[in-house]
Each structure stands twice: as C-alpha cells, then as structure tokens.
Design a protein around this ligand. Structure first.
Ligand code: ASP
Length: 347
C-alpha cells in the first residue's frame, strides 16, 4: 500500500544506468543525472514524491571505496527522518560489496534502502534500468497496514527479484539477471504484482533508533585457494603488515590442502591474533569443516567457519567489526553469528 504522501530519496552514485557512450572511445562513462531524468519521465507518473541526491562526480562502481560507503551512509543518516525509504542507483560490478557493507553499517534499520542499477544504460531502447528503478522506488515506498515499511532492510532489486543485500553476489556479466541470492530466499518477486515473502524479511525494533557504524578497518584480505598455491603466496597474504582478518576461500564444504607448511602458516597467523574465516568457493551451500579430514585440519589450525556467508559479506563484516575495535576473540565470536541475516549457522 503506497500513500500519496510517501517520500523516497533517490541517490545517484553512478553506474551503467546513467552512463553514456563516449563517441571517441566507445567506452561507457558516467554522465550527469539530468540525462537520467530526461530518459525517465515515468518517475513523474508515480503517485508519491521522489527527490534526488547526486554524487558529484558519479562513479563507475569499480571505484567504490570505504570512504564512498561512508558517504552513502552519511546521506542516508542526514535524510533518515525526512523520507519513507531510499533507493541507491549504483553500478552492478561492486553492488554486492556495497550492499554487504551498508547492511552492516546500519543497525536496526527501520526503513527500506534498495540498491539497483542496470546492465544497459537508461538511454538504450532495450534498457533494463527503467523497470529496475520504478519497481525499486515502489518497494521503497510500500507500507503494511500498520504503516510500517514492508521491507525495512538493505536490499538489491534487479530483474524482478528483491534480495537481501548481504546475501547477494553478481553472477552474470552480461545477462539482465545479474544477481543471485544463493543461500537465502528472495524477499519479493515482481510480476503483475509485487509478491513479498514476509516470513523471510527482518523485523526491526521500531521502538529504538537506527544506528550507524561508520568505522571500517581495511586491514583485511581475501585469499583464494587454488591447486598449486605455494608457501610464498600464502605467506605474502598472511604477513601483510597490520593484517587483522582473512577471508579464506576454500574448496567445497570448506576444505584445503593439508600440507604441513600450509596449516602451520595459518596456525601461526591465528596465534598472532589474525581472524581467518573459512568461506566456500562454491556459489551454493556453505562450510562444514568437520566433514573431511582436510577441513578438520583447518579447524585445528584455528580457522573459523563462515557457514554460508558470501565472500563479499564476510569481507565487509571483518572490516566493520575491526572498525568497531572489537578484540580478535570477539570478532571470532561475532563472525559466527548472524548480525543482519547474512549467514545461517549450521551444526
Ligand atoms: N562498470 C559498471 C559499474 O559497476 C557496470 C554496471 O553498472 O553495471 O559501475
């Protein structure tokens, strides 16, 4: 149910949706927002208010950084009480990272924040951007019978699917269905109507305020295993000066080689206080280290399970927890519980 007084803030950060082709190089480049508005007269036909905030200059999302995430969160905080919901236009390349980070920056989010974008610029005839944007705006304005937002969560909306942001990953470089939420149901599907899966949507505490955790620590790294990985490569990762957290991308249910030098390097890093989180390289399913001897060796070395968390969410969570100055012991504990619905703990 959308009331005519609803107000949504549309935040344009950049991405293909607003890009135009450079006639000299043929490359897509960020363009200004008037171009987007010109190509989207449909926004005026919505029966609620949409106001805009522009990032200047807009960016290709490959340029996103911790500082830009803080700026995005700052725009939401500054405008939180004035709007019913927020839509962030963002490039798809790093959208799952941004969604994961923002979901953890916001605590007790009581309003929808929907990220969307497109694979084809809005000026192209076959663009996927129009439907994505219009539906994202409608979801951001939608309320239940009690007047609460239907989806008070940080989400990604793309190609008919509304997904919990920190559960998403970009799975396709050129298909319109660019995102997947492999280990958690979609929060809504848009067809003739928008059908919400209310059971799957987080319920905030409306009696307390939203909080913003801006501090993030960049002393984290992703280390992906591959057959033939050498001691030199592993050491180069684990001995990065100031390193605090590692997202270790392992095979299958969380397995790695059991060369003594490998487990020894991990064990020494854990003893130095580095938190190593095991996530699977597989798209679906999660880590169960007890299943195989190779997984058990990791557990013995002090590696912790990330269960079914995505790499993007694990990375963002380490950044936020270390940013909050949690001790390594507390980071280990908090990495293994769900803070914003980003993982499912399994036995
Ligand atoms: N390179 C673009 C970006 O992420 C791709 C896109 O928007 O889909 O900003």
């Amino acid at each position: 149910m959308i009331d005519n007084n609803a107000k949504v803030l549309l935040i344009y950060t950049g991405g293909t949706i607003g890009m135009v082709e450079n006639p000299e190089t043929g490359a897509l480049e960020p363009f200004n927002f008037s171009h987007l508005r010109f190509n989207m007269p449909e926004i005026k036909r919505l029966n609620f208010n949409v106001e805009t905030f522009l990032f200047d200059p807009p960016i290709d999302s490959s340029d996103v950084s911790l500082e830009i995430w803080q700026q995005m969160a700052g725009v939401i905080e500054d405008n939180y009480n004035h709007y019913d919901g927020f839509v962030i236009l963002h490039g798809t390349d790093t959208m799952a990272y941004t969604a994961s980070a923002l979901s953890l920056i916001f605590e007790n989010l009581t309003k929808p924040v929907i990220l969307t974008g497109s694979q084809l610029p809005i000026g192209k005839l076959r663009t996927d951007g129009k439907e994505n944007l219009i539906t994202a705006l409608e979801i951001a304005a939608d309320k239940d019978v009690e007047g609460h937002p239907i989806v008070p969560e940080l989400c990604i909306y793309m190609q008919n699917l509304l997904m919990r942001g920190n559960r998403t990953t970009k799975v396709n470089a050129d298909n319109f269905s660019a995102f997947n939420s492999p280990n958690y149901p979609c929060l809504a599907q848009a067809g003739l109507d928008i059908r919400y899966d209310e059971q799957s949507i987080l319920k905030p505490d409306y009696n307390s305020n939203v909080r913003f955790n801006y501090e993030m620590d960049h002393h984290v790294v992703i280390m992906k295993l591959f057959p033939g990985i050498t001691e030199e490569v592993v050491k180069a990762h684990l001995e990065i000066p100031g390193l605090k957290g590692v997202v270790l991308e392992t095979y299958g249910t969380g397995n790695s080689p059991i060369y003594p030098w490998f487990t020894d390097q991990l064990h020494k890093a854990v003893e130095r206080g580095i938190v190593i989180v095991n996530v699977t390289q597989c798209l679906y399913g999660g880590v169960e280290m007890h299943r195989y001897e190779n997984g058990q060796q990791l557990e013995k070395a002090g590696v912790i399970s990330g269960y079914d968390i995505t790499t993007e969410a694990a990375l963002a969570k380490l950044m936020i927890l270390f940013g909050k100055k949690e001790s390594p012991a507390d980071v280990r504990r908090l990495m293994q519980v769900s803070l914003r619905g980003e993982l499912t703990v399994r036995g």
